[in-house]
Structure formats: structure tokens, C-alpha cells
Design a protein around this ligand. Structure first.
Ligand SMILES: Nc1ncnc2c1ncn2[C@@H]1O[C@H](COP(=O)(O)OP(=O)(O)OP(=O)(O)O)[C@@H](O)[C@H]1O
Ligand SMILES: [Mg+2]
Length: 471
């Protein structure tokens, strides 16, 4: 009999949701689909759906009853390995990082690794003390996390199976980049000797982040830090070669300049670009994930599936997943939910904020808010990306904010006479690299049309029209 505790930990490492775990536990206790459905008060179809998701997450292939037998066998084997490892003296040291509140990260030791045997694991032969060391400076709570199955699968494919060396996860603020990586790390951490996460929000100089990473990697020993940045990079890459590490650097946009086109480093921070390029190009067994609100030029230049460098642009949640946010807030007026979700482009942060407003002002009724045909834009979220815009970019954003309809390049060209054609091309390209404009294809002419999503339009109108009164 597999213990519930073990089942929960295996389920967490495979991204199995609580509702799926319920079905799994009941199935393992030997009761039929019909009985499970009646116990949980759900349809049999839903029970089968949950089981099929469980099979996918355990990578079980085959047909109906065979699949369940395979799953039972796999869990049984894993449990036996786990029990055997419990009887052996532990060799791994588990570290939980710099903060006290990172209990969200499921910390697993290598004895669980038979689960992942078909996949590449570390070729480490070094001191066992660094096994499964997790050092994550700011862990966010992802106990409420909806959808993203495709993104999680894609990232797991690149990072774990393809052993990619450099991945960028990019997209607008609040779209869910940090949450996605936190969730992913919970699922894949057992493939790595060490997992390190850092936010670059305060723009640390390169030498200090290198010192920090080297310190974490050499734990529990003090690293011998060279004075020269280049030598620290060599040292870092040598660690990445020796062991399989997952490094996640969040908020990379903080290293980028204001008042310039997208993706250019602050003065004195260009070394980061060189570091990212070396990690992308040199041979090692680790992976660096960069999270950014802006497109990163290195990645665009180096991106190439055969070179193990990829980027994932994160879009809003799918409507069915975004609905879960509204459901979780007990909102009513379901007939208007789709409109609200589309209006906020499935951005989970914006949806959470507007859900709170609807709760406070409209007694939870989405319909009452939607019928006002207005947009509420939380300024704080957009302040930072707007501060980084160049004067020309701000100007083009203002033009786009005035328009009800999306405009083609030629239409924009005709409207904004004061900007040279080459500058306008550069500005549109740059705004695209910051994910601040939307590009849609015209049904009539097949050309691209440019526009702003409602929240951004509202923000620009309200705060960035120099002559316009504040609304
Ligand atoms: N899949 C999801 N399901 C439910 N809530 C989510 C999901 N993804 C993100 N959220 C919530 O949305 C908010 C924003 O997410 P997150 O902080 O990950 O965004 P971000 O893209 O990292 O933003 P920023 O660029 O500002 O750092 C958080 O409160 C988070 O909990
Ligand atoms: Mg973030």
C-alpha cells in the first residue's frame, strides 16, 4: 500500500493538481470509475479526463486498463525505491536558500530519481554534499495556479530532455512569468544537482551576482573569488560543466536602459550580455533561464533550436483557465466573463486586480462592470516599462492610444509626419520588443495593423498625454 504522503510528494513533482490526486488515490484503492464519480460528486467523464491527465504527467502510454496497470507498477516501483532509500543513510544535504519562506519548493532527494531515469540526469561524480541544493532568493506562492500545461511541457522539453543551455521567458508585466518558472521548478528540480534562483530587480553589478552564484555553487565552502570578472565567468562555467544546475535569473529587464530602444544594457552592465552568450555557446550540462519583460537581443541573435537556445513569449491565460481566477473570487454575471477576460487579454495580474475592484464596487457582478464599457488600469504595473521608453516611443504610443481602430504602417506614417520613416520602423520594432503594442493582421489587405490593448491604451491616455487633463 503506497502511503498518502509519498503519493502527494510524487504528485507534486509531476504537477498533478489536488483534484487529480483525489481521483488517483481513489483509483489506487481499487474502486471503479462509477464509484469514484459518485464519491466525488462529479461525472464519470470528468474522472476519466483527470485520469488521462495523470497518465500524461507520468508519461504513461498505451490503452485504457493497460495504462492503469502501468501506472500502478510505476508507482509501486518508485515507492519501493523510496522505502529502500529511507533505510539507507542519507548523503545529500538539502539547503533551502536564503529566505525562510520557500516551503513552496518541493525538495526532493536523489533517491527519487528512478522516476526520471529515462531522461538525462547529471553526470556528477563530485562531492555528494551539493546534490539537490535549492537556493531560491524570492519564492512566490503558486498554490493557486491555473492552466499553462503547454508552456510547462514546452519548457520541460527544452530544459530537461533537450538539455538546452539558455532559455528566455519573456512577456508583459503580470502575465505570469515568475509564477510559471516557480511552478516549473517544483516539477523538474529533481533532475538537477542544484537549483538557484535570483531576481535582478535591483540591478546588481555583474561581479556581485557572479560572487553570489559562485558562493551558492561552492557551498558549504567559501569560493576563491578572482578579482577579474572574466575569471569569475570561467569559474562559473566550470561549475556548470561539473554538475547539472538550473539557474534562473528573473527581472532581467532591470539591467536595460531607459530612454533608448529595447534590449540595450545599462552603462556598465554590458558584461551580462557576454555572460549570457558564453553560457549559450560553451559546452556544459546546465541551463540558464532568463525572465524578462523585454526581449533580449542575445537570445534573438543566438536563438536556434539546434544550438539549445530558445525563447518563450508568454501570452495571457486561455479563457477557460482565466475563468478559474474569476471563479476563485466568487464573481457572478458569468455571461460577461469572456468579455472581461478578453478585455484584459487573460493577464492574471490584471484579472486579479479587476476582480477585487468588481468585488468592492459591483458586489461581485461582472456584468454590472462590463456594461459600463470602461477600463480600469492599475498604473503601478505599467509605470516601470513606461519609464524605459524613449521619447519617440512615447510619442507613437500616444498616437496609437488616440485611435479607436488598429492602424497600418502607412496610416501611422501619414499621421505622424514629424518622425522619419526609418525612426518609425525602429520605434515599432522596439515597442514590439517590449510587448507593449499589439500587431494584428488585416482581414482585407493582409497587412499588419498596430494597436494598443485596452489597459495600456487607458494608461497612456490617463498619464502620458502631456496636454490632456488627468481623467
Ligand atoms: N497560471 C496562473 N494561475 C493563476 N494565477 C497566476 C498564474 N500566473 C500568474 N498568476 C498570478 O498573477 C500575478 C502575476 O504573476 P507573475 O508575478 O508571475 O507575473 P510576471 O510576468 O512575473 O510579472 P513581472 O514581469 O511584473 O514580474 C501573481 O499574483 C500570480 O500569482
Ligand atoms: Mg515576475
Amino acid at each position: 500500500m503506497i502511503s498518502q504522503e509519498f503519493l502527494q510528494s510524487i504528485a507534486a513533482s509531476r504537477g498533478i493538481r489536488p483534484a487529480e490526486l483525489e481521483v488517483l488515490s481513489l483509483s489506487l484503492s481499487g474502486i471503479s470509475t462509477t464509484e469514484i464519480a459518485s464519491q466525488l460528486d462529479i461525472s464519470e467523464d470528468l474522472v476519466r479526463k483527470r485520469l488521462s491527465r495523470i497518465y500524461i504527467k507520468f508519461e504513461i502510454e498505451g490503452r485504457g486498463p493497460v495504462k492503469f496497470a502501468k501506472l500502478q507498477q510505476l508507482l509501486h516501483n518508485l515507492y519501493q525505491t523510496h522505502l529502500a532509500s529511507e533505510r539507507e543513510p542519507k548523503i545529500g544535504v538539502i539547503e533551502t536558500g536564503l529566505t525562510d519562506n520557500n516551503s513552496d519548493l518541493q525538495i526532493t532527494t536523489h533517491p527519487l530519481n528512478p522516476l526520471h531515469n529515462p531522461l538525462p540526469t547529471s553526470s556528477t561524480t563530485h562531492n555528494s554534499q551539493i546534490l539537490n541544493r535549492i537556493d531560491w532568493s524570492e519564492v512566490i506562492d503558486v498554490s493557486i495556479f491555473y492552466g499553462r500545461a503547454e508552456e510547462l511541457a514546452q519548457l520541460e522539453q527544452w530544459i530537461v530532455r533537450d538539455s538546452s543551455r539558455l532559455i528566455a521567458v519573456v512577456g508583459l508585466g503580470g502575465i505570469g512569468k515568475t509564477a510559471l518558472l516557480t511552478k516549473l521548478t517544483q516539477q523538474i528540480q529533481s533532475y538537477f544537482d542544484c537549483v538557484i534562483g535570483r531576481s535582478l530587480h535591483n540591478a546588481p553589478p555583474l561581479e556581485s551576482i557572479l560572487a553570489d552564484l559562485l558562493k551558492s555553487l561552492s557551498h558549504p565552502h567559501e569560493p576563491e573569488l578572482s578579482e577579474k570578472v572574466d575569471e569569475r565567468i570561467v569559474q562559473l562555467i566550470s561549475y556548470l560543466r561539473d554538475r547539472r544546475c538550473l539557474l534562473v535569473l528573473d527581472d532581467v529587464q532591470a539591467l536595460l536602459r531607459s530612454n533608448d530602444v529595447y534590449g540595450r544594457y545599462l552603462q556598465g552592465y554590458e558584461g551580462y550580455g557576454a555572460l549570457f552568450r558564453r553560457i549559450a555557446e560553451e559546452q556544459h550540462q546546465s541551463c540558464l533561464v532568463l525572465i524578462s519583460q523585454e526581449k533580449l537581443r542575445e537570445i534573438s541573435l543566438l536563438e536556434n533550436p539546434s544550438r539549445s537556445i530558445h525563447s518563450l513569449k508568454l501570452e495571457g491565460l486561455k479563457p477557460e483557465d482565466a475563468q478559474q481566477i474569476l471563479l476563485g473570487k466568487n464573481l457572478t454575471g458569468k455571461q460577461s466573463w469572456q468579455e472581461l477576460i478578453q478585455h484584459y487579454r487573460g493577464n492574471p495580474l490584471h484579472l486579479n486586480l479587476i476582480a477585487a475592484t468588481i468585488e468592492n464596487i459591483f458586489n461581485r457582478d461582472v456584468g454590472e462592470f462590463v456594461k459600463l464599457k470602461t477600463t480600469v488600469s492599475n498604473t503601478g504595473i505599467l509605470d516601470e516599462p513606461f519609464q524605459r521608453l524613449s521619447a519617440l516611443e512615447k510619442q507613437v504610443m500616444q498616437w496609437l492610444a488616440k485611435e479607436d481602430k488598429a492602424l497600418s504602417f502607412q496610416q501611422l506614417r501619414a499621421k505622424i509626419e514629424e518622425i522619419a520613416t526609418s525612426d518609425l520602423i525602429e520605434v515599432l520594432d522596439s515597442l514590439g520588443g517590449r510587448y507593449l503594442i499589439e500587431k494584428v493582421k488585416s482581414k482585407d489587405t493582409n497587412e499588419f495593423l498596430f494597436t494598443l490593448q485596452p489597459v495600456i491604451k487607458k494608461y497612456v491616455t490617463k498619464y502620458h498625454f502631456s496636454s490632456a487633463p488627468k481623467l
